[in-house]
Design a protein around this ligand. Sequence first.
Ligand code: ZN
Length: 419
Amino acid sequence: MEPMSGAEVVFRRARVDADGPLVDLAIRDGKFFSVGPNGEKAPEPAPGSEMVDLDGRVVLPGFVESHIHLDKAFLEERRPNLTGSLQDAIAITLDLKASVTKEDIRARSERALRLLLRHGTTRIRAQVEVDPIVGLKGMEATLELKEACRDQVGIQIVVFPQEGIEQQPGTEALMREAMRMGGDLVGGVPYNDHDAERHLDIVFDMAVEFGCGVDLHLDFSDDPEDRCIESVARRTVAAGLQGRVAVGHLTSLGSMDDEVASRIIGQIVEAGITVIPLPATDLFLNGHGERPARHRGLTRVRELLTAGVNVAVASNNIRNAFTPSGNGDLLEIGLLLAHAAHMSGAAERGVIPELFTHHAARALGVEDAYGIAPGKPADFVVLEEKNWDGIIIDQPEKRFVVKNGRVLAENVSETRWHV
Ligand SMILES: [Zn+2]
C-alpha cells in the first residue's frame, strides 16, 4: 500500500462492509488515494492535512437518485391531489404548469436538491418536462442548476414529454431542441399518448439520432394487460441499446400471473434494461381500482433481482400530485420499498442499500467512477450507525456527506431526555 503521507485528509476506522475489518480512507485531489485496513499504527497524513476518526461508523458510496422530478417538486403546497388518482395527478400538474416561470422551477428544484444533498445524494438523474405548455423553461432552469452545483452533485438530464408527444403537437421538435441544449437521455411516457407504439418509435429514433440512452415511465398501472415493456425490450435489442435503457414504475408486472411475468422478466434480462420501482408514487396512485384492492401496484422486486435484472429504487417526486410525501431521503425510500416488497426481514434487507448506490450508479452508466476504491471520486456518506444491518431499519442520520473529498454537509441529531 502506498504511504498515506501524501493524503490531504484521512477518514480513519470506517466500516465499508458487513463484517470485514475497519479501513482508513485516504483522500487526495478529490479522489480515494488509498483504502486500507486500519493498522495498529495509524498512518500519519501530511503536515497540514486532516484526520477524522469515524470510530467504526458505516460508510456507503454517495447515494444515487436515479429518477427524480425536480421541476415539479413541492407543487402539493399549491394544489394537492385529493383523490389519489393518476388522472388527477396529471390534470392538476398540467394546470399548475401553465403558470410556472423559469425562476419558480429553479427555486423549487434547488430546494429539492438541497434536501437530497443533505440526505447523502451526490448524483441524480432528473426528468425535465418539455412540451408546448412549459416550453424549455425546465431545461433552462435545470441546466443552470447543473452548472451552479457541479461541485456538489452530478446531474444527468432526461428530456421528458410528460403530456405525450403526438398528444401535444410541437413536443417532438422541442425535445430535439432540448437534446441539443444538453439533454443526456430521451425520456418517454407511452401510457399518456394517442398511440403507445408510435410514441416509442419517436423516442427510440431520437435516442439513436443523438447516440444516447432511453429512460421511460412505463406500464404504470395495476392492469396486467399493460405490456408495453415487451415492445421496449424488443426495441432495445434492435437498437443495440442493451444496458442503456431504464424503465420507472413497471407496476403492471406486479399484477400479472407468474407465467407471463416470468416470460417478460426473461425479455428484460436479455435487453439489459434497468427497472426502477418508485414506491412512494406507486403505492399512492395504484390499487384504487378494486375493492378490496388485490393489486397494490408495485413491480416484482424480488423476482427481478433473482433473475439478475439491475433494479434500482428512487424517489420520483417530492410532495406533489403524484407523490404527497418525500424528504429527498433514499434511506426512507429504501425502507418503504423493503416493507412493500416483503424484503424488510433480516435475510433480504441487506440488499436494499445496493439499489440506491451501486445499482443506481449502473442505471446512470457511471459505475466506473463509482464506489469506495483507490482512484475513484471520493463521494461518500458516513452514517451515524456502526451496525451494517442497521442501515435500513435504524434509519440513521447521515453524519457527513462528502463529494470529491469535501464535506458538504454534517448532520447532528440529539435527544435531550426530560424523564
Ligand atoms: Zn417519474
